[in-house]
Design a protein around this ligand. Structure first.
Ligand code: OGA
Ligand code: NI
Length: 340
């Protein structure tokens, strides 16, 4: 528990164990927030506009692997309540969080710091994180935090809405790819996990990272980023800052969608930089396949002159390799690639 950045960071200089090597640290050149990542209006409901929205999502998913959505149907009140309850969680006194702290890899609901393997880290990450499953709700809500008192009620409502939004976006993606309606609806997106990240103000943002460069292991990720900047996406070997937009969600393509789409969609690499003035809290909802779900390139997407880029695998096989490779984006899919 003393390892949590939020429990010791005040008035300290950056410890050596948080300093990234020169090639991977952000450095003094501050990458500005930018409007390059497409913002897609989901409020357009008519048939004509639906086609347009599908095209916008596909284009953004091919070019960036990232987009933001507005008019997405999740209420502003629920988004604000959710962000506030997460901030309140991290502000609770240590004794109210102690039971949740764990360095055990497989503990389903846990508060931890840096990565899932603190002792194995080459460099520690400047973040604390609360992580737990959200589906099926009746079963997993019992292991969620009990404080703040409204945590369970608010996060239950939020996770249902976020999953609905994710499913809607997956339907638009399957339409754009030409897959059967509901292709992603069942096992491929059955598991829902939330990861709440808390990045305290940092004494030297040029030397460290909140999260190092990675691509999400998920099918699709829906991020509530709040109004503090910190997320950067790698595009054409350049980092692009993702502008925090009020009431928007950031959506990104995970490794599993890269596989199912046979590389038509891009699972983009991203990272989180820190800042020296304000704490930043974000919440990522990962829509994941169930552990035994078979993931493979969709057969209808393989043209006659093409071959599948990946062999079929169970999601848990992928996860095992992802963790072993420490989230390294090039190596995570390597054992499943078909060359030829
Ligand atoms: C993640 C992630 C981005 C952020 O949790 O995988 O990339 O801005 N988070 O917190
Ligand atoms: Ni991520």
């Amino acid at each position: 528990m003393e390892k949590l950045v939020s429990s010791w960071f005040n008035n300290k200089t950056l410890p050596q164990s948080y300093i990234f090597p020169p090639e991977t640290r952000p450095g003094n050149h501050i990458i500005p927030r930018s409007n390059a990542i497409p913002v897609i209006d989901l409020g357009n409901a008519s048939a004509h506009d639906r086609t347009l929205v599908v095209q916008q999502i596909l284009k953004a998913s091919q070019e960036f692997g990232f987009f933001q959505v507005i008019n997405h149907g999740v209420s502003e009140d629920l988004m604000n309540d959710t962000m506030n309850v997460f901030k309140e969680f991290f502000e609770l006194p240590a004794e109210d969080k102690a039971d949740l702290y764990s360095e055990e890899f497989n503990r389903p609901c846990k508060l931890y710091t840096s990565s899932a393997n603190y002792d194995g880290d080459k460099v520690h990450l400047w973040r604390d994180s609360l992580r737990h499953p959200c589906h099926p709700l009746e079963e997993c809500i019992k292991i969620w935090p009990q404080k703040p008192t409204r945590y369970r009620e608010i996060v239950a409502a939020y996770s249902i809405e976020a999953k609905k939004l994710g499913s809607r976006i997956l339907d638009l993606i399957s339409e754009g790819l030409g897959l059967d309606l509901g292709y992603f609806g069942d096992k491929l997106s059955e598991s829902v996990v939330i990861s709440v990240n808390h990045y305290p103000p940092c004494p030297d943002p040029s030397l460290t990272l909140g999260i190092a460069k990675h691509c999400d292991p998920s099918l699709l990720t829906i991020l509530l980023q709040g109004d503090v900047f910190g997320l950067q996406v790698l595009n054409d070997s350049k980092w692009i800052g993702v502008e925090p937009l009020h009431n928007a969600f950031v959506v990104n393509i995970g490794h599993q969608l890269e596989v199912v789409s046979n590389n038509r969609l891009k699972g983009a690499e991203h990272r989180v930089v820190t800042n020296s003035t304000v704490a930043r809290t974000t919440a990522a909802i990962f829509l994941n396949p169930s552990e035994d779900c078979i993931v493979e390139p969709a057969k209808s997407l393989i043209r006659a002159d093409e071959s599948p880029a990946y062999r079929a695998f169970k999601f848990k096989e992928f996860l095992y390799n992802y963790v072993t490779m420490g989230g390294n984006s090039e190596k995570s899919l390597e054992p499943f690639k078909l060359h030829g």
